[in-house]
Design a protein around this ligand. Sequence first.
Ligand code: G4P
Length: 285
Amino acid sequence: MSEAQYIQWFPGHMTKTRRQMEQDIDLVDAVAEIVDARIPVSSRNPDLPALVGKKPYLVLLNKCDMADPAATAEWIEALSAVGFTALPVDCKSGKGLDQFFKSVQTVCADRLESYRAKGMVGKPLRVMVAGIPNVGKSTLINRLAGKNKAVVENRPGVTRGNQWFSTGRQLELLDTPGVLWPKFADRTIGEHLAFTGAVADHVLDKETLAVRFLELLAQRYPAVLTEKYGIDASATEPYEMLCVLAQRRGMRCRGGEFDTERAAAALLEEYRNGKLGRMTLERVK
Ligand code: G4P
């Protein structure tokens, strides 16, 4: 991808969102950032911790049903070691969300204590749900609150467009207004976001993307290439692998040559649909 494409790709609404979030953070007791457990680095917004400041901060490794469980455990350990409260969740099925409720109580223990001292037992805690597009924010909110939009009283400083959701379990969720973008700091981040389908496909050439993906698979999950496609990753160049995929599927262009473009699209689709198994593309080490 050229530099120009990168620049076009970055939507640049961040300043407005940032300002709005700075105000909204004052309204909540904690912030929960949702990331994609398959790409915990690329799917984070690195500006968020600074925005959150001293508020309790939780990192939810979502879509853990599609990630490699061993890698998720490593990420949880690594994030915990640097002071984050991190937990694996699968918002689609709801797995891990009970733990989320418990963790919110734990990180907000001081707030709960002050409510108790003031005789305000039962007052809900408020958590902002943040994250880049497609990580599962709506899925989380739907799971926890359904259509239970909380009635917004006249709270000071409430930004127009803010949406509060009540979970009915002493917890209210604030849906982040505006969009928090990932940082396309380098090519790898953009590619990893594209592999998982977090960014639209048309920004990258599918064939190139698939070749890069095969390179990564050869490095991290060579057994998948052997088992699924009969490819010996140690002896095959990534572009050749793509030809093998086209050949196995009988994908040919009019002139008879392998239709590597179709093969590329099929490969990426399979990965995004979880058909290649549970894989994590970014590891702690
Ligand atoms: P967003 O609000 O952060 O933009 O994300 P959203 O909830 O819309 O989720 C984006 C996609 O990720 C959705 O798929 C959603 O179903 C899927 N998703 C969210 N959480 C999980 C999870 O824990 N596991 C899995 N496997 N998928 C998850 P979609 O294809 O856009 O829609 P659909 O499949 O729900 O129809």
